[in-house]
Design a protein around this ligand. Structure first.
Ligand SMILES: Nc1ncnc2c1ncn2[C@@H]1O[C@H](COP(=O)(O)OP(=O)(O)OP(=O)(O)O)[C@@H](O)[C@H]1O
Ligand SMILES: [Mg+2]
Length: 322
């Protein structure tokens, strides 16, 4: 088994909003192996970007630990960590400094981390642009003269300039047209394989994740609902929330449609979640226990974990059907 590169334990983040406290992340634990792609999936507001910001040291956790190769990360992150752990952000329109040329943006990590002597910067940046499918004619362009897809390619080149071990990709293609999206995802996969990078891939789009990540982790209201190998979770989703998500993924074939879990209930919020399961207010199978007590994440099978009091019941149901 490969080494664990990043480990997050019981990570919790609260924000003060007026006089209230919002728990954006609530006891999240995960491990990312070297050379692995782990997808974090969840709807808007589930805490995906908060997780990224905590790992990057942009925000401080309220509680919990973040370890890199077994060592707790210091805040602010030391320079060598800022090199190893790169970030490609959600929005291609705000990610690049509009006053810097492509060359200046991509050369910045070379300068900051002293990776290349200044006389070779142009050559190195041209090489990095080539890696992401952009020609040397882009060197002296400004972001306003680039399409969304080209901007994301430049952001990827800038991340690669640092020679990272791990990249956090926060919805890297969600702002792009579908055809552009597919090409950028293909590029990201190529690059991952070529440099054996580890990706923490954040997405709300299960259809994208399915072909991209080896493992997935489903977040709901800041908590992990289910995690496991992508194929296993898609074939045997156990948590009612995961089933709800999968029920709304467009299917490609009739075989797939037949396998798809059905969603028997018109989901609506009945009660706000108290201390219990965050999904209890929308869950058709919720019992009193679910409102009262938060289920912990427990293994159903090796490396397939589910946070549901009635997980065992759903596992049986799944195995009857398949
Ligand atoms: N700086 C902040 N101050 C107050 N609340 C915040 C802050 N950042 C995030 N939140 C809240 O925390 C929750 C999680 O937000 P987050 O941005 O992590 O979600 P997300 O999963 O990335 O959503 P999206 O898919 O829309 O990007 C939300 O309820 C959000 O309003
Ligand atoms: Mg986000």
């Amino acid at each position: 088994m490969a080494d664990i590169l990043l480990e997050v334990r019981d990570l919790t983040k609260e924000f003060a909003v007026g006089r209230k406290r919002v728990r954006a992340l609530n006891g999240v634990s995960l491990g990312l192996e070297e050379g692995e792609i782990l997808a974090v999936v969840g709807e808007s507001g589930s805490g995906k970007t908060t997780l990224a910001n905590l790992v990057l040291g942009i925000e401080m956790p309220t509680y919990g630990d973040i370890l890199y190769r077994g060592t707790p990360l210091k805040t602010p992150r030391p320079l060598h960590m800022r090199r190893r752990l790169q970030y490609v952000q959600q929005n291609p329109w705000t990610t690049l400094n509009p006053r810097r040329t492509v060359f200046q943006s991509v050369a910045l990590p070379l300068a900051v981390h002293k990776l290349t002597p200044p006389r070779l910067w142009r050559e190195r940046v041209a090489e990095l642009l080539h890696l992401v499918g952009l020609g040397p004619e882009f060197l002296d362009r400004y972001p306003h003269a680039l399409s969304g897809g080209q901007r994301q390619r430049v952001a990827i080149a800038r991340a690669l300039a640092a020679q990272p071990e791990m990249v956090i990709l926060d919805e890297p293609t969600s702002a792009l047209d579908v055809s552009v999206q597919a090409r950028v995802l293909g590029l990201l996969l190529e690059i991952q394989a070529r440099f054996s990078l580890s990706y923490l891939f954040i997405s709300h789009d299960l259809a994208v994740v399915r072909n991209f990540a080896r493992r997935i982790l489903v977040l709901y209201r800041g908590q992990v609902m289910e995690t496991g190998p992508t194929e296993v979770v898609f074939r045997n989703p156990v948590h009612p929330y995961t089933r709800l998500l999968l029920a709304s993924v467009p299917v490609v074939s009739e075989e797939e449609a037949a396998l798809r879990p059905s969603w028997p209930w018109d989901a609506q919020d009945r009660l706000g979640p108290g201390e219990g399961c965050p999904f209890s207010s929308r869950c058709p199978w919720a019992q009193e226990l679910c409102w009262r007590e938060r289920p912990s994440l427990v293994p159903i099978q090796k490396s397939h974990l589910v946070a549901c009091h009635f997980a065992e019941l759903f596992v049986e149901e799944v195995s009857h059907h398949g």
